[in-house]
Design a protein around this ligand. Sequence first.
Ligand SMILES: Cc1ncc(COP(=O)(O)OP(=O)(O)O)c(N)n1
Ligand SMILES: Cc1ncsc1CCOP(=O)(O)O
Ligand SMILES: [Mg+2]
Length: 208
Amino acid sequence: MPSLGRLHLITDTRPGRDPLAVLAAVLPVARAELVVQVRVAETATDREAYDLTQRVVRLTAPYGVTCLVNDRLHVALAARAAGGHVGADDLPVTAARQVLGPTAVLGATARYPGTAVEAVSAGATYLGVGPCYATTTKSGLPPEIGAAGVQAVAEAVDVPVIAIGGVTAAAVPELRAAGAYGVAVVGALSAAADPARAAVELLRGLSC
Ligand SMILES: Cc1ncc(COP(=O)(O)OP(=O)(O)O)c(N)n1
Ligand SMILES: Cc1ncsc1CCOP(=O)(O)O
Ligand SMILES: [Mg+2]
C-alpha cells in the first residue's frame, strides 16, 4: 500500500461551498501529500455521492492522490475510490474491512486509546482522531480532546493518526509534536480566501 498523504481535505458540500473548485486549487500544490475524503450531507442521495466521488477520482488520479469516501462504502467501491472512512454510527470496522477488501485504505474514528487499538485490530489502516478543537462544521460532537488527547491515541497505536476538528495551520505544529501523522480539515481549506495558499501553510507544518 502506498504511504498515506498527510493533508486530508474533506469535501464541504454545504450550500454556498464549491468542493471541486477548492480541490482544483489545492491539488497542484499538495499533490500526493493530499488525501481527499468525499463527505456529503446525510440528506444527499447515493447518486449525488457517487457523482461527486467520480469527479474527485477523475480530478485526483493524475496526481496520485488517494480518494476516500466517508460512510458510504458501496459508493467507494462503485466509483473505484481507494477506500473509506467509518465512525461510530457507520458499519463496524470489521464489516467495513470485509466490504472494502484486504488492500483498501480504511479509516476509523477514535477518541481514546482503547477504541483506537480495537479499530486497528479490526482492520483500520489509519485513525481520524478528534475533535481536537472547537468547530462549527459538524454539530453534536463530544468535547474537544486537544493535542493531549491526540498524543494519548498516537502512543497507543502504530498506524497514522489524523487529527481532525477545528484544525488550522497554527495548530499543526502542536498536533505533530503530539504524534499526529497528518490532519483532516474542512473549513481550513473550504472557507479560505485562497485555498492553495492555505494548503501550503498546512503542508509547511506537516513537513516538519
Ligand atoms: C479523518 C476523519 N476523522 C474523523 C471523521 C468523522 O467520522 P464520523 O465520526 O463517522 O463522522 P461523519 O464524518 O461521518 O459525520 C472523518 N469523517 N474523517
Ligand atoms: C467531520 C468531523 N468529525 C469530527 S470534527 C469534523 C469536522 C471537521 O471540520 P473542520 O475542519 O471545519 O473543523
Ligand atoms: Mg461517519
